[in-house]
Write a protein that binds this ligand. Structure first.
Ligand code: CDP
Length: 253
């Protein structure tokens, strides 16, 4: 294969130059663990293959209902073609149920349904540990403008409605998730689109089926989805064959 230019390498993905201007190839690695259970250096066999499929499933679903994303098409087991964007250095988190730092900081028990979806912003800077920031910081430091923020919230809430519905259809509660958003230019016209990935690495997913089995359980009891990559892909019907097991030669009679 022709050598490709690596543009960026993160914990879970590599970006290469794409075949046409304005495109990139996004390669999904097996590294990284999940964000809600970070395991630096951890490898989950087959995770990259599943996240490639899962992100394709969510992003193409969003595209088809008119929520713009960077996803163009899947190329192979681990790669997808995406639009090149200028990433806004803000991670947008949407929460439907209390968990993690929100529960700890504010003393709200894990699993409490929030009265409305809560949108939070985190400044993308690993050295600083991606600190939470307010709109005031984002505007004052020029990371995004007020119109961008309005568009980012609108996008994030549409993604939330779509993802919550899809997950609910397969017995999963979307407690919270994170998206990244980028700018693209079409002539003089700039717009914001969903970028990066949507996968179990960026979502907190709880199994409602486990909760259904145990009668009378309080809302806080749906547990984390076990074997989250495979189980989510299986329930959504996007599990490719031979993903989690290395293919062995078989004798065909
Ligand atoms: O996940 P954690 O408890 O560390 O933090 P959080 O603020 O509750 O994360 C909210 C959501 O954003 C979770 O679904 C995380 O998986 C996701 N997230 C992410 O994808 N990337 C980050 N750098 C931080 C959070």
């Amino acid at each position: 294969m022709a050598r490709r230019k690596k543009v960026y390498e993160g914990k879970a993905k590599i970006l290469y130059e794409g075949p046409e201007p304005g495109t990139l190839i996004q390669y999904f690695k097996d590294d990284g663990g999940t964000v809600t259970a970070p395991k630096p250096g951890a490898q989950t066999e087959g995770k990259g293959v599943l996240n490639n499929r899962l992100s394709e499933f969510f992003m193409s679903g969003l595209n088809s209902i008119g929520v713009p994303t960077h996803f163009i098409r899947r190329l192979n087991m681990r790669e997808q073609l995406v639009r090149m964007v200028e990433i806004i250095p803000i991670e947008v988190v949407v929460r439907n149920f209390a968990a993690g730092p929100l529960s700890q900081r504010l003393g709200i028990p894990e699993g409490t349904a929030l009265p409305r979806p809560i949108v939070e912003y985190y400044y993308k800077d690993e050295k600083l540990g991606d600190p939470m920031v307010a709109e005031e910081h984002i505007i004052a430091f020029g990371w995004a403008g007020q119109q961008d923020l309005d568009d980012m919230v609108a996008l994030a809430l549409r993604v939330n409605d779509f993802l919550s519905g899809v997950m609910m259809g397969v017995g999963i509660r979307l407690a919270d998730f994170r998206i990244e958003i980028g700018r693209i230019w079409e002539g003089d016209f700039m717009r914001l689109i969903v970028a990066d990935e949507i996968s179990p690495d960026s979502c907190r997913l709880w199994d409602m089926r486990a909760a259904e089995r145990a009668e009378g359980m309080p809302a806080s009891d749906p547990g984390p989805l076990a074997d989250v990559y495979t189980e989510l892909a299986r329930r959504l019907g996007v599990l490719p064959s031979n993903v989690t097991h290395s293919p062995k030669p078989t004798l065909i009679n």
